[in-house]
Design a protein around this ligand. Sequence first.
Ligand SMILES: [Zn+2]
Length: 699
Amino acid sequence: MNDEQPKKIEGGDKGLPAQAGGYSARRFPRKDSNARGPRSAVTRSANRGNYGSHHNSQHATQGFRRHDGVVTSAVTSARPQHGQGTSSGQGGRPQHRTFKNEAPRTSTRVKHSTGREKADSRRMMAPYPARNQENIIIPPLKDGDIRIIALGGVEEVGRNMTMIEYKNSIVVIDAGLQFRDDNTPGVDYILANTKYLEDRKDKVKAVVITHGHLDHTGGIPYLMGKIGNPPLYSRNLTTLMIRKRQEEFSHLPPLDIRIVEKNDRITMGDFKVRFFAVTHTIPDAMGIIVETPYGNIVHTGDLKLDHVDGVPTMEEEDEFDKITKGSNTLLLMADSTNVERPGYSFPERTVLKNIEDIIRNTQGRIIVATFASLLERLVKIIDIAEILGKKIVLDGRSMKNNVDIARESGLLKASLETFIPIEDMEKYPPDRIILLVTGAQGDEFASLMRAANKSHKYLKINKRDVILLSSSVVPGNERSVQKLKDNLSRQGAHLIHYENAKVHSSGHAHHDESLWIHRKLASRFFMPVHGYHYMLRCHADIAREAGLPDENIIIPDNGMIIEIQEEGKKIVSLKETAPRGLVLVDGFSVGDMQEVVLRDRQMLSQDGIFVVIATLDVSTGKVTKSPDVISRGFVYLRESQDLLRQARFLAKKTVEDMVGGSKEIDFDYVKDHVTDAVARLLFQETAKRPIVIPVILSI
Ligand SMILES: [Zn+2]
């Protein structure tokens, strides 16, 4: 996308270190993994952290050790996690002997057929396509053919990354990130799967970044090392933003950043690459022209058109004419984010004018919350403040960072005197103050949200404040933004936002702008990018409207291998796909985290966890006392004594029945049965399906 700065920008953009090129790069022991008791392990908010049931079993062990002081045998989860090793773990705590940690998931939870089955089967579904595609053999690229793969960004808004391969060279366009959604609780970011590139590192000649938004740049610290740290090309401002973010990953080898300008023509392996300037909500945005013997491949990046009443400006005309000069367009790849919307997008020029009017006409203090990446808008507001003799207060890390970048790039020329620290705000009359703050998306820890919750040290909202929310609401953030607005207005502030005034405009071409671009470039083939599948479909309709036949349009999925064959005459998609499983940044770990972890998180969030700890005397085959139960997020135990009694009794009986006096005890077998029996009981009694973890200790 966009302007649409993600939800977690303040908290989530902390840039957690991750090793270059390393899956599961866990550089530091997670400091809380041993310090916390079972409660914190299970009930901590799913904000961050890789608490699979591996940890749970670990905690269960600790619980036992504290309790009895004797550990002679096994502790494992009945639902072991593939690939979550139990050897060294966090903080080097010695592990107890485990039984066959690779045992398959038990099917306990899907056995019962009830009215809840539908909901449950939804829960059991893998949120994303399975990963086991390692065995797919991808045919080598035929000499003379061109291969294109959208590695990310074509089934979602975010994690944009596309590659073009020809002869011995691959050029990558963008390396973005996506923020977590309902399917990936607790995860920080989702990245494009770069396995295809990792397997062909030597061919990767360059990564070209279209502009400075995180959905185009955010993957850089995590992915560049994995694909061989190739040269990274972009325009000045974008490179400044990339460098600034890279500072937070100081352990990584330096990037080979090369600044290009829109009129440059650069050789990248077998490709010649040119650029063109595009209008977006951040300066220095560009599109990319990759020259091939059969015509140009044009990738627009994110863009809209600068226009006056639906007529693109001369600058736009000139820039697009430049693309087609001397060569035809073989393939167009273009931004689909807003093509569903009719007409032309609202011009930023008008937004700036409206904001200026509001600032001029407001008597009290003005608090502007906007996407920190909307540099032009920030600069404009600061300039107006300077003209009117007002002072600017910056609050929020990304806001300060981006104002720094704006100054460094030469966009911002305002005097330093215009800025005052937030601590000094009270020294000035309110009508001389403009605050530029983060938190327009209702992000929990961002400046404006803290003010709304009355937990901000300096910013106290009062009845004379005018708050300008100069941003749209990113899908998924509606509720938190509503809460933000409620809490601000409860304190008496006057709110101006994009729904009651034209104080924000999106950075993506609407239908008519897209159509104009299609007609202008008149490409032979078209492939929509940047957006959910439906958006891509809508975009394909626009290509048809512009006269393209169906067989010349290809709608990609992530990892789909698309080839232009027969000297540019034909476009096809292969039946094989490039690896396309989820790559997640989750705390310090970066990699293709197992779907089972995500599924567990979803289940934990819905029905909680139920741990039964039984101590078995192997000499007698009897459970020594009534088993212990630990449960979180399931039912309130104090009020469920009867259920607990039944569960304990059932666990004890099941263990003893299964052992049945035998000397060779198969603990996995016993535990599977305990899980089954207890899960069935809990479901019968409560209609809930917590994750059941039996722990059997032998003495
Ligand atoms: Zn963008």
